[in-house]
Design a protein around this ligand. Structure first.
Ligand code: NAD
Ligand code: MG
Length: 404
């Protein structure tokens, strides 16, 4: 098998990989895995939102053909840095640049690792262009699940999840051979930094971002602290694997060793385990169906403490309950949930909203906005914009009155 992979690489050369969100946590892990397999993969495009110097440094190191900065105002700075480094990398910016990176002819693989609904258009573009699409950007599938899956189908793309839980389920279902006989999916959750917290009134952004098991971007870290991350993942799982809410359960597993499980009608449960290191799911999706080295530490069973499991507490973590409510209500509610959450988390990180008010902002937006499921990406973006306006208004009212 390994020889077959090597000889294919030797015949065709390394596969081009475009990394959307290359300066982030998933971007860094992806670059690390790729660097271990120079014969098999080559970075052809990298994008970032505002971090020009970091993006230029990645260009020096990985020599992509294309570098894109999301903020168009920073494009001249990026050009100057690349010129000074003696590189002839093509430069793009704004949404046009991101779309070019997503559709690049040089890329067989696109890693969707932009955070938030900002990644939606490039993710859909990569699907339409028929890429192997490695999806970390869960917000894209949460707010446009049906449209993204349709783009994957019509574009002939291959969608592989990077989120560790969904990657685990993909592995369990691939091992099972089919979805037949599956009774339920069991997503594990670490419980985040506040698993045992009883009083959330003085929670700071620093505390919320100090995740016990994973080093991640700030938005997903806050989502993990509120358990909204698990809520988004339940919605993500329902789209990816085609199961209804009643067949997707969440269990809190603080050690983050079992990454998720599939239970079958005969009582068998398949679990995927490993050290908590995103390089494992990234390597799985890059190499699939072959297994390639990820650089992660092997799991040491003899040094492992007990593995424990407990029910999530929906009273202390109302964001998870809101996500269940949104999934049951339909696609529009998922867009509203995601957009209001993005705005509330941004405000919390900027110290403009108490941690305890995040759920209230989302709940109000869900109460206020109802519309039929959008049939186009434009329709998704309209509901997203409406929910963002609504959430900003709710946050302004909270700031003015202090009530919640
Ligand atoms: P991060 O904040 O570390 O990185 C985000 C990347 O997106 C950066 O490169 C940034 O420049 C880019 N970006 C941000 N806003 C943008 C915008 N408006 N336009 C264009 N680019 C923009 O985040 P992360 O932790 O790497 O997470 C990325 C995605 O992967 C998220 O959707 C997250 O939920 C998901 N994910 C992350 C992890 C993890 O371990 N970090 C695990 C599972 C899923
Ligand atoms: Mg996850």
């Amino acid at each position: 098998m390994v020889e077959a992979v090597q000889s294919r690489a030797a015949q065709q050369g390394p596969r081009g990989v475009s990394i959307l969100g290359a300066t982030g946590s998933i971007g860094a892990s992806t670059l690390d895995v790729i660097a271990r397999h120079p014969g098999q993969f080559r970075v052809v495009a990298v994008t970032a939102h505002t971090k020009v110097a970091e993006l230029a440094a990645l260009c020096v190191q990985h020599r992509p053909h294309l570098a894109v900065i999301g903020d168009p105002g920073r494009e001249p700075e990026l050009r100057a840095l690349l010129r000074r480094a003696g590189l002839s990398t093509r430069v793009g910016s704004g949404i046009e640049g991101l779309l070019e990176a997503a559709q690049s002819q040089d890329a067989a693989v696109v890693v969707a690792a932009i955070v938030g609904a900002a990644g939606l258009l490039p993710t859909i573009a990569a699907a339409r262009a028929g890429k192997r699409l490695l999806l970390a950007n869960k917000e894209a599938i949460v707010c446009a699940g049906a449209l993204l899956l349709e783009a994957v189908r019509s574009g002939g793309a291959t969608l592989l999840p990077l989120d560790s839980e969904h990657n685990a389920i993909h592995q369990c279902l691939a091992g099972a051979g089919s979805h037949e006989g599956v009774r339920r999916l069991i997503l594990t959750a670490s419980g985040g930094p506040f698993r045992e917290c009883r009083d959330f009134s003085a929670v700071t952004p620093e505390q919320a971002c100090a995740h016990p098991n994973w080093r991640m971007g700030r938005k997903i870290s806050v989502d993990s602290a509120t358990l909204m991350n698990k809520g988004l993942e339940v919605i993500e799982a329902s789209w990816l694997f085609g199961f209804a809410r009643g067949q997707i359960d969440v269990v809190v597993h603080p050690q983050s060793v079992v990454h998720s499980m599939v239970e079958f009608g005969d009582g068998s449960v398949l679990a995927q385990m490993g050290t908590p290191d995103m390089r494992t799911p990234i390597a799985y999706a890059l190499g699939f169906p072959q297994r390639i080295d990820s650089g992660s530490e092997p799991l040491n069973f003899l040094r492992m403490a007990a593995l424990t499991f407990e029910a999530p507490d929906l009273d202390r973590f109302p964001c998870l309950a809101l996500a269940y409510r949104a999934l049951e209500a339909g696609p529009t509610a998922s867009i509203v949930l995601n957009a209001a959450n993005e705005i509330a988390v941004e405000a919390f990180l900027a110290r403009g909203l108490p941690f305890t008010a995040i759920a209230a902002v989302i709940s109000e937006a869900l109460d206020a906005i109802a519309a039929p499921a959008p049939e186009s990406v434009d329709g998704v973006l309209q509901i997203d914009a409406l929910a963002r306006r609504h959430a900003r208004q709710a946050i302004a009212e909270i700031a003015a009155t202090g009530v919640r």
